[in-house]
Write a protein that binds this ligand. Sequence first.
Ligand code: HGY
Ligand code: MN
Ligand code: MN
Length: 408
Amino acid sequence: MQRCSAIADCTEEPGRITRRCLTGPMVQAHERLSAWMRDAGLDPHADHAGNLIGRRTTSKDSARVLLIGSHLDSVPGAGRYDGVLGVLMGLAAVEALRDANLPFEIHVIGFSEEEGVRFSMPYLGSSAVAGCFQSEWFERTDPAGVCLRDALTQFGAEPGRIDQAAYSADRVIGYLEPHLEQGPTLERLKQPLGVVSGIVGQTRLRIELRGEAGHAGTTPMEGRCDALVAAAQVVTAVRDIARRTEGLRATVGRIENSPNAPNVIPDRVVLSLDVRHPLDGPREAAIGAMVAEAGRVAKAEGCGMQLYEDSAQDAVAVNEPLTNQLADAIAACGCKPHRVPSGAGHDAVVMAKRFPVAMLFLRHPGAVSHHPDERVDTEDVATGIEAMTRFVLNLAKQDQSTATLSST
Ligand code: HGY
Ligand code: MN
Ligand code: MN
């Protein structure tokens, strides 16, 4: 828990937790985490995607690997546990297993970019590890105009070698991600831990509305092409369509308005749109309805509209055998291992494209997340670490280094 606070101090904004990928505070977080990894006997290194990896090796040559981790980056004004807790629980489990003789390696991974805040693109680090990084992403720029390639270089990585971050599917037993539930289910069930039954599909878009700038005092109300008036109608249309679709979540979380001056009619607005659903069909249908409505509004307001899709991830099925083994380990701790769907995205979404994945969820009071009031009980974290060590020892007993798990 103290380590979570020590990482929380690595922030771009004094007084609140903001740690975007490949920034100075992320270098500081790597330094602190690397020291703890070295003390635990892991040899930490950063890969060329800016991920930090601590490897518990074995004498056995060609041993397979169990990956345990989560992300080190945060949203602006974050809590201190989203992502970081999962990495540190992985480290704590390895420390608890210090004397265990395991037939496989454990690599603890702190992913560089899961939230997608700096480059409007989530999962950059886990995409590299899962071998699905797209080279065109190097050109993506952050709000200051710095492209991902340059940010990686400044961070000390070599973008041209990013492919070396990938693990081969036959080497990896599976990927385990411990994470806060970021929802109310476990608290309502009065259970400290749960296993994830599946992760919602998620699409992130930007909608650009272009109108005509003009003088606020001399331009008549009739005939204005006010991009912000159009945008306001799009935001409520998104909300109304989401409310009509069972299980759908849609959010306009970011708005760029220009020229953003009190006495100028806005001529360009860019809205972010985050749409999620446990099933891919309803998500895609809702996006179609939202885009059609945005087009109608834009036309009615005399504005142009342009759409940009930043990312789209289908709903993810977890690996059943691995998840069942995790549920058994939780039960062995005296808890009832409920299966909980995840409304939040996680690096496991991308890791599932190449490896068997399982996720451990932790209850947290008030289920507040992406907020400074995010909290978690120390006892629940301790029980989670115990469940993880039991899970690893069960895997070792079954000597997963030879067995393979069905893909999902
Ligand atoms: O947005 C999410 O669901 C996650 O916190 N990145
Ligand atoms: Mn998050
Ligand atoms: Mn997270």
